[in-house]
Ligand binder design. Structure first.
Ligand SMILES: NC(=O)c1ccc[n+]([C@@H]2O[C@H](COP(=O)([O-])OP(=O)(O)OC[C@H]3O[C@@H](n4cnc5c(N)ncnc54)[C@H](O)[C@@H]3O)[C@@H](O)[C@H]2O)c1
Length: 289
């Protein structure tokens, strides 16, 4: 057995054929885990397994076609991990789509429901069937992918954002309910991460948006999220549950007035010192050169 932080553990990753899920599969494998990827896209899953195996991971990585919105598929996915690897220690409920787009008054009920089916029902089913197995094994770590879209307003599409807010609420309640079984449930909330789902081939547009809303000057990469996943999956976070960790280059730290400064406001302050409000004490402020 290797010496990685996830050595000997078994992880299921949904949506693991692309983007954040794929980067996490790479990191988990490098940390010594066995990984079962569940993905809707069979073709992508097949080329993923080929690539990961040619990277030397052999039978430590397996894939299975699974639609996270279907209870039978999710149950079978969790069961497969147990059958093949003999345990189930970590589940990353990460599969996602853009979902319904456009104004609310133009949104079809079917599109709204299909968005929730993947993004919220998928997470519910992932937690349900992971927990059923983990309860018999003495515990585990479940991580759900939420988003900054669930933590702030103004991030379209509306249906997508609503699912992510629901995921955050569900994560807390699941954490409280499952704690007695030593099953931790946390969320990761990515900001702007350069994956196909995010830029949809419009790389320049994505870059421009990023420069407006994100203080950190570099692009968010799937690996940034994957590194946080290693922490949440490993014993290093053994007392962390019901938490959401934003991986967003300061997006949430960036208040509205920073993005849209008031008329006449400087982008960087040109003064420093202290003011004492209504105390009557004189302010002590100096101009910066
Ligand atoms: N990229 C970002 O900027 C960003 C930001 C916040 C949150 N997220 C979230 O991160 C997660 C991963 O996104 P990504 O950017 O890596 O996207 P991606 O499109 O690169 O990967 C998503 C994967 O999920 C799979 N998938 C979609 N529907 C599925 C289903 N019903 N069943 C099983 N698999 C399914 C896809 O086939 C794909 O492999 C999503 O939940 C997304 O909402 C992404």
């Amino acid at each position: 057995m290797g010496s990685g932080r996830l050595s000997g553990r078994t992880a299921v990753i949904t949506g693991g054929s692309s983007g954040i899920g794929l980067a996490t599969a790479h990191r988990f494998l490098a940390e010594g885990a066995n990984v079962l990827i569940g993905d809707y896209n069979e073709e992508a899953a097949a080329s993923t397994i080929e690539k990961l195996r040619s990277d030397g991971h052999g039978d430590a990585v397996q894939v299975m076609r699974a639609d996270v919105s279907q209870e039978g598929d999710v149950k079978a996915l969790m069961g497969r991990a147990l059958d093949v690897f003999g345990s189930l220690d970590v589940v990353f409920n990460n599969a996602g789509i853009g979902g319904a787009i456009g104004p609310i008054v133009e949104t079809e009920v079917d599109h709204w429901d299909a968005t929730f089916a993947v993004m919220m029902r998928g997470v519910f089913l992932g937690v349900k069937h992971a927990a059923k197995i983990m309860m018999t094994l003495g515990g585990g770590s479940i991580i759900n992918t939420a988003s900054i879209a669930g933590l702030s307003s103004g991030v379209p599409p509306t249906a997508y954002s609503a699912t992510k807010a629901a995921v955050l609420s569900f994560t807390k309640n699941a954490a409280a309910e499952l704690a007695e079984h030593k099953i931790r449930v946390n969320a990761v909330s990515p900001g702007i991460i350069f994956t196909k789902l995010m830029h949809q081939g419009r790389d320049e547009l994505a870059e421009t948006t990023m420069r407006i809303v994100q203080p950190w000057p570099e692009r968010g990469q799937p690996e940034h999220v994957a590194n946080t996943l290693v922490f949440l999956a490993s014993e290093e976070s053994s007392f962390v549950t019901g938490e959401s960790i934003a991986v967003d280059g300061g997006y949430l730290a960036n208040g509205l007035l920073r993005m849209h400064p008031l008329p006449g406001a400087k982008t960087k302050p040109d003064y420093a010192g202290i003011t004492y409000g209504l105390t009557g004490r004189p302010r002590d402020v100096r101009k910066l050169s």
